[in-house]
Design a protein around this ligand. Structure first.
Ligand code: PMP
Length: 466
């Protein structure tokens, strides 16, 4: 297809700028920040309207686990649209895709999960979590257990409860958040807080903040702790190995529900179906979205563990919560086919035993680049920090001034060299590619990232910043 002939890029960009308010964007800049028009995806690659091919190192938005262009998912969706486009699961009705998907999710999830509540997105999933855990404690005769403890710099969505659980002050400022009963502790970022300690010591210290907070709030008022196994949007922050087991111990000690937000980590990203399994923890509830359908159709949900589900079943009383699109049949068939692909192609196992370790070796070698202070991966997630001068340890590197936005400059050079990474404040570049990458595609991605880094270095030298 000659996309340049069929697509008028300038027209689309003008209409986009005139009428389309993008998520997480500064609308004052919308006329000057022209958007790239993406027109096609195949495997790990996307194409823009100018014909540029880009290796999608972010799997869309952490979601295209099986890659773009899977005909079998499109076929399943097409057939279901003709069979039964929509029906709900309110008022004693159900439909085949929701039933089959619920059963499949129970089969692939850790043993404590036998029930699932469907939603349309990760944000809706976390809103459901807030209502569900408070409902649970109410039914347990402890309605005063309302407080949910989360972490600074975590991301849990953009709805009122999702953004409240998240730990971004920039989001809290808009809309009067957090909503009551949500408090935050520090994140387990060794780069941020681990100076002078081993990662293991720091992991225990970061987990101890949970216990301090529980004691400060009063254990009898705390309902749950929520965390992403690995913080994604906050910067691919890999917690030290001691962190999660200690968090689990503290939750058990005080009888507090443990919630894993697996919207990013679920469905193979860490080489297990769920990131909790990587860290050996047993959450009571899991939020999922994104990878459950590999982004082909919006769908999310909450896996409800036996502790909560059995209590609600036993105690009874309506849970007054649900969405028109809870368990949408089209999303459910996309998820079923997506999971079938993950199983048939042994993608989760490959990430754990083969492509993940290969990616780790290649990606971590980028730390030898003069601009890269540290580079680490876990499964198919990665992050690297750009620094002005390297010191003897990660805590002695000298960063660029934040006003220079070196991370964003680098991201633009990555685009020019043909690979997509995400830049976040602190000049950190993130990677979360499709789980299907072959060794050759990993080699290509690392080569393109290296090229982007070289171009950034040359650019910064020209500006006199290094
Ligand atoms: N939780 C996590 C960990 C996420 O990364 C995201 C989205 N990036 C969400 C929740 C929110 O999901 P959604 O955008 O589908 O509402």
């Amino acid at each position: 297809m000659n996309m340049r002939e069929s697509i008028n890029t300038q027209r689309l960009q003008a209409l986009d700028s005139a009428h389309h308010l993008h998520p997480f964007a500064d609308y004052r800049l919308k006329d000057s920040q022209i958007s790239r028009v993406i027109v096609k995806g195949e495997g790990a690659y996307i194409w823009d309207s100018e014909g540029n091919r880009l290796l999608d190192g972010m799997a869309g938005l952490w979601c295209m686990n099986v890659g773009y262009g899977r005909k079998s998912i499109a076929d399943a969706v097409h057939a279901q649209m003709l069979q039964l486009t929509y029906y709900n699961s309110f008022f004693q009705t159900t439909h085949v895709p929701a039933v089959e998907l619920a059963a499949k999710l129970v089969q692939i999830s850790p043993p404590q999960f036998n029930h699932v509540f469907f939603v349309g997105s990760g944000s809706e999933g976390n809103d459901t979590i807030v209502r569900l855990v408070r409902h649970y404690w109410d039914k347990q005769g402890s309605p005063e257990r309302q407080v949910i403890i989360s972490r600074l710099n975590s991301y849990h969505g953009s709805t009122m409860a999702g953004a409240s659980l998240g730990g971004w002050p920039s989001m809290h400022k808009q809309g009067g958040l957090p909503i009551p009963g949500i408090v935050h502790i520090g994140q387990p970022s060794y780069l941020e807080g681990g100076k002078g300690k081993t990662p293991e010591e720091f992991g225990l210290e970061a987990a101890s903040w949970l216990e301090h907070k529980i004691l400060e709030v009063g254990a009898d008022k705390v309902a749950a702790f929520i965390g992403e196994p690995v913080q994604g949007a906050g910067g691919v922050i890999v917690p030290p190995s001691t962190y999660w087991p200690e968090i689990q111990r503290i939750c058990n000690k005080y009888g507090i529900l443990l919630v894993a937000d697996e919207v990013v980590c679920g469905f193979g990203r860490l080489g297990h179906w769920f990131g909790s399994e990587y860290f050996g923890i047993s959450p009571d509830l899991i939020t999922f979205a994104k990878g459950v359908t590999s982004g082909y159709v919006p769908l999310g949900g909450v896996l409800v563990g036996d502790r909560v589900a059995n209590a609600l079943i036993e105690k009874g009383g309506e849970f007054n919560h649900g969405y028109t699109y809870s368990g949408h049949p089209i999303g459910c068939v996309a998820a079923l086919e997506n999971i079938r692909i993950l199983e048939e192609e042994k993608i989760v196992d490959r990430v754990r035993t083969d492509s993940g370790p290969y990616l780790q070796k290649k990606f971590e070698a980028l730390a030898s680049h003069p601009l890269v202070g540290s580079a680490e991966t876990i499964g198919f997630l990665g992050g690297l920090n750009l620094v002005k001068h390297k010191g003897a340890t990660v805590h002695e590197h000298i960063p660029f001034e934040s006003a220079l936005s070196v991370g964003m400059i680098c991201r633009a050079h990555m685009f020019d060299s043909g690979v997509i990474m995400r830049a976040i404040p602190g000049d950190r570049l993130l990677m979360s590619p499709p789980l299907t990458l072959t060794h050759a595609e990993i080699d290509e991605m690392i080569k393109l990232i290296g090229l982007g880094l070289d171009q950034t270095l040359a650019d910064l030298k020209q500006r006199g910043w290094v």
